[in-house]
Design a protein around this ligand. Structure first.
Ligand SMILES: Nc1ncnc2c1ncn2[C@@H]1O[C@H](COP(=O)(O)OP(=O)(O)OP(=O)(O)O)[C@@H](O)[C@H]1O
Ligand SMILES: [Mg+2]
Length: 370
């Protein structure tokens, strides 16, 4: 068990910065997920925490120790990678025991720890098998078993599920979540799958170009993205982002979408100056045809064409055209008659709207008052 603290951590390869001024406090037993596009510095940050990469600047603490100059084996962390690299000539039992044997641990201790890890991960039926006779998900579990037996203070995962097919990924995601509930260890987990991030994390760290763009609970990152970058990265399908201008409507401002309707904003956006160019962000589930909308706090009606419907079983995606813009709506328990049509009445919940600066992309306005 341990907190992990990064203070001004930086990494450059030659003159190229990969991670810059990274500040983060991770609590004991917290599950933190790093997400972001390819090349944003997720693995580099994780590898610096593991000690597999030296740092160019700053300080890393695990528990009460500064670990900047400690070799990986002295940091009491376990790392699980995407390619689990099991020893092919060893059985599942031997693969899990190997690290402890190497460390000269007593036989009974090794047996006890392997039995515990195998029990937690459901590996008991496979203990005498070799990796070649296991499925991808079972192999990934052996890799996790190998990490668990070491009783680490911190687990580091780097895209552990990305070699698995979609169904298995989903199952293993659930297993990792259960595992964390049983083993209660600090976890830092890297992925570029935003569904994994949303479902696993206590807190999500969204990275961009080697920097932290936002840190927050899944709720915060989803409902109050600090920028249009986070808004478009978290959520599937992504948030609708529509260009417009602030116009004054009495006391309260409104957004005039280019060539489209004027949407009144809430009192929280009262200080936005008329004329400012903004991007309006609307989650697909905040938009629905009239009659299919759930309860809305500030509904606004508009007319649009349905150009395409994608039924997904319990829900459906509706693509709508509003002037020359495309938007996506997401409805739950869609009726069977849902089909492309012209001039359909829609409702959008403007209490759910995000407003971003048209130039910088930063979130504008006072939250909570919408
Ligand atoms: N050994 C290296 N030498 C030079 N540049 C490197 C090295 N390792 C990583 N980089 C660069 O550092 C940046 C961050 O890489 P990193 O592997 O941390 O990205 P990532 O967020 O893990 O991406 P992905 O999602 O593709 O795994 C990238 O621009 C990468 O090209
Ligand atoms: Mg990576």
């Amino acid at each position: 068990m341990a907190e992990v603290t990064l203070k001004g951590v930086a990494k450059s390869y030659g003159r190229t910065p990969a991670v810059r001024e990274f500040d983060l406090d991770i609590a004991d037993e917290e599950f933190v997920v790093f997400v972001g596009p390819s090349g944003c510095g997720k693995s580099t940050t994780l590898r610096m925490i593991a000690g597999l990469e030296d740092i160019t600047g700053g300080e890393i603490r695990i528990g009460d120790r500064v670990v900047n100059d400690l070799p990986p084996r002295d940091r009491n962390i376990s790392m699980v990678f995407q390619n689990y690299a099991l020893y092919p000539h060893m059985t599942v039992r031997e693969n899990q025991a190997f690290g402890l044997r190497l460390a000269g641990r007593a036989k009974e201790e090794i047996a006890r720890k392997v039995a515990r890890a195998s029990g937690i991960l459901g590996l008991d039926p496979y203990l005498e098998r070799r990796p070649a006779a296991l499925s991808g998900g079972q192999r990934q579990r052996v890799a996790m078993g190998r990490a668990i037996v070491r009783d680490p203070d911190v687990f580091l995962f780097d895209e552990p599920l990305s070699n698995l097919d979609a169904k298995l990924r989903g199952q293993m995601r659930t297993e990792i979540k259960k595992l964390h509930e049983k083993v209660r260890t600090t976890v830092i987990y890297v992925t570029h799958d935003q569904v994994e991030a949303m479902t696993l994390a206590d807190r999500i760290v969204v990275m961009r170009d080697g920097r932290i763009e936002q840190v927050g609970t899944p709720e915060e990152v989803y409902h109050r993205p600090v920028s249009d970058f986070v808004a478009s990265f978290i959520g599937s399908p992504p948030m609708n982002l529509l260009e417009g201008r602030i116009v004054a409507e009495g006391d309260a401002p409104a957004v005039a979408l280019s060539g489209g309707p004027v949407l009144p904003l809430g009192p929280g956006h009262a200080r936005l100056p008329a004329g400012a160019s903004v991007t309006l962000g609307l989650r697909p589930e905040a938009i629905a045809p009239q009659g299919m909308a759930g309860p809305m706090r500030r509904p606004f009606a508009f007319e649009a064409d349905i150009t395409l419907v994608e039924p997904l079983g319990g829900e459906a995606l509706i693509f709508l055209a509003l002037g020359d813009r495309e938007m996506t709506a997401r409805v739950f328990r869609p009726p069977a008659r849902l089909a492309p049509a012209r001039g359909v009445q829609f409702l959008v919940d403007l209490a759910e709207a995000s407003v971003f600066d048209g130039g910088t992309g930063r979130r504008l306005g006072d939250d909570g008052a919408n």
